[in-house]
Ligand binder design. Sequence first.
Ligand SMILES: Cc1cc2nc3c(=O)[nH]c(=O)nc-3n(C[C@H](O)[C@H](O)[C@H](O)COP(=O)(O)OP(=O)(O)OC[C@H]3O[C@@H](n4cnc5c(N)ncnc54)[C@H](O)[C@@H]3O)c2cc1C
Length: 422
Amino acid sequence: MDFSVEPEFQAKLDWMDAFITEEVEPLDLVFPGQAYQKLDERLRKIVDPLKEQVRERGLWACHLGPDLGGQGYGQLKLALMNELIGRSTWAPVIFGCQAPDTGNAEIIAMYGTAEQKERYLRPLLDGEAFSAYSMTEPQGGSDPRLFTMRAVRSEDGWVLDGEKYFTSNAANADFLIVMAVTDPDAHPYKRMSMFLVPSGTEGVEILRNIGTMGERGGHHAHIRYDQVRVGADALLGEEGGAFAVAQARLGGGRVHHAMRTVAAVKRAFDMMCERALSRQTVDGVLADKQLVQAAIADSYLQIQQFRLLVLHTAWLIDQSSTKEARTQIAACKVAAARVFHDVVYRAMHLHGALGVSTDTPLARLWQSAPLMGIMDGPTEVHQASIARRVLRGYSPSPGLWPSEFLPDKRAAAHTKYGDFSS
Ligand SMILES: Cc1cc2nc3c(=O)[nH]c(=O)nc-3n(C[C@H](O)[C@H](O)[C@H](O)COP(=O)(O)OP(=O)(O)OC[C@H]3O[C@@H](n4cnc5c(N)ncnc54)[C@H](O)[C@@H]3O)c2cc1C
């Protein structure tokens, strides 16, 4: 397996590296927290020319195939791109690949009708619309079988009724993708369907926007869908097919997110190394201390292992499909939360008071650590899914003792070679 890319694509990555450093990262400092808002005229003057440069280089919306305006580069190249994009909160918007719009665009591309693509996908791809994904409910997120929001057929379409919780960026979204129960008596995985709901539809009410980790304000919406009427054409995919759509949505996205995590932890790691070499103690710099060396070595190991896991997963998807690589994708999700937690904490700790202050990016990064193990499903659910699939490759031991029980193995070996011993 080979993770290198041809020189032409490497040149694109080199261009991205410089472009993100020089043109995009400064946006994070001048316009913090505004990347996922509608652009006003002032920001448009800055952002549109940057997006244009990305388009000219053939790097816009690369998560999509050529038929939808992307390049069809495949997951490995996307992973390498995301390793750069993950350095800046503005970069995903400038490169037309911000979550949750990427996943939403993918499922509309996969399951949408021609009309749905024209109405919802086109503006997303043009970077002129935002979308939100409304799946989690107040009473349960990890297990969709507990969802109760209903969609009932009406004369001319559907009536949606219920509540959704933590719908990210709903306040700025032009439309919402909503999962609702269409047949409560069906098989647990066939009960729900997916709907496309324009944000202004009567009955869609954001009860409040919730912040995370001490944030003022917030952008995760608790939404009440009160007898929301949509047409028959609002159904995305088959009736009862919401689980399949939801699965398709998260496959590639988790790999992109994992590679953006590599970018974030590399930044923390670089800061840790610089600090270790710079900060004096009475008898040398921090880098001379064995415990600090252990922190650096452990972080290095974790990042390398994680990066290779993600690249291997991306490569595997390119060789097969996201379905075939489900165990590896779940492993990336679990590992991302851990490596992020461990490395960012060590880097922050090594910076002392400066590390926990608002004068470096570390404290802000650290605030994201607990979110990583919850969003897109908690760590335990992915661990369970890894274990379930891994165990399919094993069988119980043939008798009372394990297959590796040495007395039995020794006896068998002696039967085979005993005559030749001594
Ligand atoms: C930053 C962020 C953004 C989000 N954005 C969106 C969004 O845009 N759209 C959307 O629909 N949702 C979104 N969510 C919600 C997210 O998908 C849910 O929070 C997640 O699925 C977990 O559901 P829950 O919060 O109800 O936790 P619960 O299901 O109540 O689980 C709580 C804890 O219980 C334990 N647990 C749960 N199930 C199991 C199990 N089977 N085995 C062992 N332990 C278990 C785990 O420790 C878990 O963390 C977002 C969440 C976050 C943090």
